[in-house]
Design a protein around this ligand. Structure first.
Ligand code: NAD
Length: 286
């Protein structure tokens, strides 16, 4: 029903060790997980899923109200979560955040760089300030989360896993999404390069590339990210499938947990599994 397409090597040694000790059904028991943008949508669903699997979760978001709701939901379900308000576009705030997490809860075992915004419109109508804003959140934010927590993991020497939430828009040109698509393609490459670098430390890096998911961001861009320039038939198919059964963020969350367990490299995930796989194989130049 949804993609669990996995490419990648063996499980991350550090985490495999930690999980061996965890009780059944709580496979992330004992792990500390940081999720950015966890006050809504995919981030919230991911934070909840990790907490349900036994992890302690740091729910980070610029929207403190949304983050608190996520923490309350996790608490009501018997899980442990903590809220931290941070703007991923603010370099110094991210440094403080990383330090605070380490000093207060410890070095995270898993970091999900998920905070992101959407921006639709022709490049001709994209002013400097909009470009700067989406880049500073969608690219710089993920660079910071990966670098700051990656360094902590390396210094601790017990492995770990870093997830970067890219998008199928990284693979599919759309006249309406030049800025968004560019940021998502940038972090896809960031993830793939960083993965090669972190391998020797037993730290896994995964790029998760969702297609259209039913969250506020998608309603804002009216599903324009669905590959119009690549294949109208595929887009139609995905659009129809979403209308028929929807594609809740919980399914992306499940794919993220699975990707971490299996140390997958690139994970396309969408309502039509084979469509997502096809899109992820299509080079933008094809
Ligand atoms: P969403 O709008 O529901 O949630 C995004 C969260 O990020 C919000 O809580 C928001 O407050 C937070 N955020 C925004 N700017 C921030 C900042 N500067 N600092 C900290 N937090 C910030 O969106 P979503 O659909 O859950 O998207 C999550 C991620 O998934 C994004 O990176 C998005 O690009 C990606 N994605 C979404 C879809 C989709 O169809 N929804 C598809 C592919 C990829």
């Amino acid at each position: 029903e949804f993609v669990e397409h996995v490419e990648g090597g063996p499980e991350t040694p550090g985490l495999a060790h930690a999980r061996a000790a965890a009780e059944p059904g709580k496979e992330f028991g004992g792990d500390l997980v940081v999720v950015t943008g966890a006050g809504s949508g995919i981030g919230r669903a991911t934070a909840r899923a990790f907490a349900a699997a036994g992890a302690r979760v740091v729910v980070a978001d610029i929207d403190e109200g949304g983050a608190k709701r996520t923490v309350d939901e996790i608490g009501a379900a018997g899980g442990e979560a903590h809220v931290y308000r941070v703007d991923v576009a603010d370099a110094e705030a991210m440094e403080r955040f990383a330090r605070y997490v380490k000093d207060t809860w410890g070095v995270p075992d898993i970091v999900v760089n998920n905070a992101g915004i959407a921006l639709a419109g022709s490049l001709l109508e994209t002013p400097e300030e909009d470009w700067e804003r989406i880049r500073s959140i969608n690219v710089d934010g993920m660079y910071r989360g990966s670098r700051l927590f990656g360094r902590q993991m390396v210094e601790r020497g017990e492995g770990g896993h870093i997830v970067i939430v890219s998008s199928l828009a990284a693979f599919t040109p759309s006249p309406e999404l030049p800025a968004y698509g560019a940021t998502k393609a940038a972090v896809l490459q960031l993830a793939e390069c960083f993965r090669l670098d972190m391998e020797r430390y037993g730290i896994g890096v995964t790029a998760v590339c969702p297609g259209a998911v039913d969250t506020p961001i998608t309603r804002q861009t009216r599903f324009v990210g669905m590959a119009p320039a690549v294949d109208a038939e595929l887009r139609e198919k995905m659009g129809r499938a979403i209308e028929r059964r929807g594609f809740p963020p919980e399914k992306v969350a499940r794919a993220i947990l699975r990707a971490v367990r299996q140390d997958a490299a690139v994970v396309p995930v969408a309502v039509e599994a084979h469509v997502a796989r096809t899109i992820a194989r299509v080079s933008p130049a094809a």
